[in-house]
Structure formats: structure tokens, C-alpha cells
Design a protein around this ligand. Structure first.
Ligand code: AHM
Ligand code: MG
Length: 336
């Protein structure tokens, strides 16, 4: 059987009811090509001299790994010249990156976490790249794009996806018509459609959370996990399994393949921050993917995609995955 490539999939989508604009198709092709470059560097590890940290810190005060910075540069360079973007924003950069004047500008805004799961780089555990695409507000033509133009709700995302660099390198994508997965064929250098119509079952017996933070959680979060841990004889009447990879891409990938619920809630270590994960680079694109796969995503109180961002690097609590579990966690938060 002849396998479908990413390009074929995108061309078909473009032809089907004009579901994909040509500029977005180009954008996805360019991002996926950059992810191949990053995948190659990741797989070389110590042989490529890419492991370890730099002296620098990013805007959130986190020490930058060599691969964080390299991946950021790969994505910027790949996307600057194609004429499809108005500007970019990255978890690793303080402010937005404008398209240099020597290149034509397009209608779209690209946001990314160039290398998610940084703490796993040096220990050879799966990591990834997450991206989100917005349409620039129409009034930007004729003026410079500003940070404010990026502050759009997740519901306005045109497409979203991630690449996961694991035992296989995969690209998972939504253009708002379900979720599809491609596996990188390293010999051919092409992305092959291997996971058509990825869906998340409504129920699950598996949760993902960093349990070492339990003592810092709010009471509704503790209640939910306590009930899961009580097993068959507890209020849930079933045993739960737990997984925590500490790379959101890899944890979300597992949900898309076999269901589950992923949580990074608010905790009392930093009471002023709503959570650890970033709304624009992590929570919004993953929430779009999860919803498109039939799951749900909230911050414990409201749908993540409905949150009006107020800052580019805004943080948020995250509860996403199998619908019935996400609804339960959210209900517990409403009950207080
Ligand atoms: P990063 O973007 O700096 O790598 O941080 C985000 C990562 C997520 O991928 C993961 O879910 C979380 O941080 C793990 O955090 P912790 O080490 O606190 O368990
Ligand atoms: Mg990240």
C-alpha cells in the first residue's frame, strides 16, 4: 500500500472545501522541515556537541540548554523568508521577532516552544517542539506587528501541533479538522501519515501529574488524586495507573494514543502564578489538539481556549485529556 506523505495530506486538505489556505500549508511544511533539523541534532546527542547548558537564562529566568537556543534559531531562520508570516514569538525570547524588512510579510503569527521538556535533554528521554498559528489582526497591514497582536484566545488558532523526538520522531497536527500523526521516515527524509484520526477516549484509568508537588496543591486537586489513589475500594471504584515523563509533548502524545488525563495545576510554591506551563506556547496548542481529538482542556475552572491572554509569557494551570476526568477535576474546583 502506498503511504501518504505530509505534503499529499496538506494538498488534499487544501483541495477539500478550501480547508487549508496555501500560506498555512507552506507554514506547516516549513515548520515540519525545521523539526526534522532539530530531530537530527537531538539524535546526535553528545556526538553533535549539543548537550549541556549555556551561561544564559531565558525570559522566565530558566537556564537555557544548548538545544533550547539551537532549536529556537532553527525555527526562526526557517520561517523568516517564506513570506507567510507577520511575526513570531517563542518561549525562549523576551519579546516578539519581527520579519526582517528584506523579506515579504504574510498574514500569520507563529508561536513556539522550540524544545519542550528541557530537563530531559541530557538524560536521553523524549522531548519535542510545540507550535501554534494565529492570524494577524487585519489592521496590522501597513504598521509594525506588536505583542498585543498575539494576545488572542486559543479558539482563534488556525492550526497547532507538535513534534516529539522519541524512539520515533513524529509530527502531530490539527488544522481544525481532527488530529493526524506523521512518522519521520529517516531514510526518505519524509513525514508519512501513520496515525489517521487520533482520538482520546472519554474515560481513562491513567493520570499524569508531578506527585512530588502534592503537598503544595489546592484542596480540589488533592481530593481528585486522593480518590484515584484509593483504587477499587475507594469512591472511584477502580485502580488507576500513573505516568509522568516531565516532557509535556511526550505526556500529551500518550493521551492521544491511549487516553489519560494530564495535569500541571496551580501550587502554593509560587502562589502568585496560576501554574507552571505557558498559555500561548504550551497550553493553547495542546488544548486545541486535545479538543480536536474529542478530549477536554481546562485550567481547573474554565476552558483554556476561552482564556483571554494578557501577556505573551502568561502561565496557566492545565488539566487536559479524557473528557469525563477533566470534567470531574473542574467540578471539584468549582465546588471548592
Ligand atoms: P520547559 O518548556 O522549560 O521544558 O518546561 C515545561 C515542562 C513540561 O514539558 C513538563 O510537563 C513540565 O515542564 C515538567 O515539570 P516538572 O519538572 O516540574 O515536573
Ligand atoms: Mg515547554
Amino acid at each position: 500500500m502506498k503511504r501518504k506523505t505530509l505534503t499529499q495530506y496538506l494538498v488534499e486538505q487544501q483541495r477539500a472545501e478550501q480547508a487549508l489556505e496555501p500560506e498555512v500549508r507552506l507554514l506547516i511544511e516549513v515548520v515540519s522541515r525545521a523539526c526534522k533539523t532539530i530531530s537530527h541534532a537531538v539524535s546526535k546527542g553528545a556526538l553533535g556537541g549539543v548537550l549541556g547548558s549555556l551561561e544564559s537564562e531565558n525570559v522566565q529566568g530558566e537556564v537555557q540548554k544548548k538545544l533550547d537556543v539551537m532549536s529556537n534559531e532553527v525555527l526562526l531562520e526557517a520561517n523568516e523568508w517564506g513570506g507567510h508570516l507577520a511575526a513570531m514569538a517563542s518561549e525562549e525570547m523576551e519579546t516578539i521577532h519581527l520579519i526582517p524588512n528584506r523579506y515579504p510579510k504574510g498574514e500569520f503569527l507563529l508561536l513556539f516552544d522550540p524544545l519542550d521538556g528541557s530537563s530531559n535533554i541530557d538524560v536521553n528521554v523524549s522531548i519535542g517542539t510545540i507550535f501554534s498559528v494565529l492570524r494577524a489582526p487585519s489592521e496590522v497591514s501597513g504598521r509594525e506587528v506588536t505583542e498585543q497582536d498575539f494576545l488572542q484566545k486559543g479558539t482563534t488558532q488556525v492550526c497547532a501541533g507538535y513534534a516529539v523526538y522519541g524512539p520515533q520522531t513524529m509530527l502531530i497536527l490539527t488544522i481544525g479538522r481532527g488530529v493526524v500523526g506523521f512518522t519521520l521516515d529517516r531514510e526518505m527524509g519524509s513525514w508519512i501519515l501513520t496515525h489517521d484520526n487520533m482520538t482520546i477516549p472519554e474515560d481513562t484509568k491513567e493520570f499524569a501529574i508531578n506527585m512530588s508537588n502534592m503537598r503544595h496543591w489546592a484542596p480540589p486537586m488533592r481530593r481528585y488524586i486522593d480518590e484515584c489513589l484509593a483504587g477499587k475500594t475507594g469512591p472511584r471504584g477502580k485502580d488507576f495507573n500513573m505516568r509522568w515523563i516531565a516532557s509535556m509533548v511526550a505526556d500529551v502524545h500518550r493521551l492521544l494514543v491511549r487516553g489519560g488525563v494530564f495535569m500541571y495545576p496551580w501550587d502554593a510554591r509560587e502562589p502568585g502564578k496560576p501554574g507552571k506551563l505557558r498559555l500561548m506556547y504550551e497550553a493553547n496548542p495542546m488544548s486545541m489538539l486535545v479538543e480536536q481529538a474529542g478530549g477536554a482542556a481546562t485550567d481547573g475552572h474554565q476552558r483554556i481556549l476561552d482564556i483571554q491572554p494578557t501577556a505573551l509569557h502568561q502561565r496557566v494551570g492545565v488539566v487536559l485529556g479524557s473528557k469525563n476526568e477533566v470534567e470531574r477535576v473542574t467540578k471539584y474546583h468549582h465546588e471548592g
